[in-house]
Design a protein around this ligand. Structure first.
Ligand code: NAP
Length: 373
């Protein structure tokens, strides 16, 4: 029986995780649930699952749940927790990841912003505390699955190719993209996800976050991590080895398979409720290059990853502010990459060697982007 702390239980990944747990009551039990603002859904989840602990970060205590970011830390470090599923959105999830790893927990990580803002600190926390990190992101789960099997024979990969759906604006003109509405940006062609990552998928900032995430997870240089647009979202990643062989992992787009794998890695467990793959129904699979001029956020993010130090935290912080402003209809879609570029240009990169440095870079990026808005 693995005991789970689920951070971000009310979101898209959070509710998908509970769907997975519901099918495996003999293997997993959620002992802590933490949400952001959605007190009503959290109360329903508490009624259904009877966890030992429940917190509401942005609550005021009136709903009876402990409030504040400490609720995330309290859940992530409980003695009765084996696995922390971090499904919080944004850099708000960082400290929970760090403290869980320092406490020796397995962290099943959906919260990619954690690795992007502070990849080196996350690795250090795992080393010091004995915790381990397993990705939930489907592309990174795909890479991990290709590397975990006997086919990889413990050899390091020479190249990763992450796939991107291309988002709703894959074939749009640059001009139409710049003027895209919130409803159009939220209309993702293949994945159903929370609003922030859906907008990130439309700008392709999400794929830059994933390249940085892959760099830290698999300890590979940026020259060895490529991205290809694959509109059907069936192949989640390719892994190339030194002899030229390439492995790929495939399946219909559902997060429940990578979530279960993150809980059981390196083992697999049967799941009668899993979405079964049908290659005939999947139809033709196509691949195309990223249109860099149409999606400048992607190149900005990869360049920030290559610059290293505090640059990825600045990319992430500015992007979070820009996406929130777009969703609030304060800026047009086309301004998202402009705000990211402004924040990166204003920042002097330093080594991201402490949480204080990372927090300062994140705060500066948010301030610069907000002032520009
Ligand atoms: N959705 C996907 O398919 C998918 C795939 C791969 C990776 N991811 C990554 O997984 C993470 C979650 O994505 P999502 O799509 O599930 O997002 P989401 O649907 O927006 O859910 C976010 C969750 O985080 C909670 N939350 C928000 N701000 C918080 C804060 N300051 N402190 C604590 N909790 C907070 C929300 O609570 P309330 O709703 O109660 O406010 C909600 O439970 C993101 O990092 C995303 O990039 C998602």
């Amino acid at each position: 029986m693995r005991r789970i702390a689920l951070l971000g239980s009310t979101g898209s990944i959070g509710t998908s995780t509970l769907n997975v747990l519901r099918r495996h009551p003999d293997r997993f039990r959620p002992v802590a649930l933490v949400a952001g603002r959605n007190a009503a859904l959290l109360a329903d989840q508490v009624r259904d699952w009877q966890p030992a602990f429940a917190g509401l970060v942005h609550g005021d205590g009136s709903a009876g749940f402990p409030a504040g970011p400490e609720a995330l830390i309290a859940a992530a470090t409980r003695d009765d927790v084996d696995v922390v599923v971090n499904a919080v959105v944004g850099a708000a999830g960082l400290e929970a990841t760090l403290t869980a790893l320092r406490a020796g927990k397995r962290v099943a990580l959906a919260n990619k912003e954690t690795l992007v803002t502070a990849g080196a600190l996350v690795a250090e926390a795992a080393r010091l505390g004995g915790g381990s990190l397993v990705p939930i992101d489907s592309e990174h789960s795909a890479v991990l699955q290709c590397l975990a099997g006997p086919a990889a024979k413990g050899t390091a990969p020479t190249r990763l190719i992450l796939t991107a759906s291309g988002g709703p604006f894959r074939t749009w003109s640059d001009r139409a993209i710049a003027e895209a509405t919130v409803d159009q940006a939220l209309n993702h062609p293949t994945w159903s996800m929370g609003a922030k990552i859906t907008v990130d998928s439309a700008t392709l900032a999400n794929k830059a976050l994933e390249v940085i995430e892959a760099h830290f997870l698999f300890d590979l240089g940026y020259d060895a991590i490529e991205v290809v647009v694959h509109p059907q979202s069936i192949v989640h990643a390719f892994v190339e080895f030194a002899d030229g062989s390439v492995l790929a992992q495939a399946g219909f787009p559902t997060m429940e398979i990578p979530i279960l794998y993150a809980l059981t890695h390196p083992d697999r467990v049967p799941d009668a409720g899993a979405t079964r793959f049908d290659p005939v129904a999947a139809g033709a699979l196509t691949f195309e290059a990223v249109r860099h001029e149409a999606f400048p956020a992607f190149g900005l993010g990869v360049a920030a990853g290559r610059a290293g130090g505090t640059a990825p935290a600045v990319f992430n912080g500015a992007n979070e502010v820009a996406v929130a402003a777009f969703l609030a209809r304060r800026i047009p879609f086309g301004r998202i990459p402009v705000l990211i570029e402004t924040a990166l240009a204003a920042h002097s990169v330093v080594a991201a060697d402490s949480l204080d440095v990372v927090r300062a870079a994140d705060a500066e990026a948010r301030r610069t982007a907000e002032e520009a808005i």
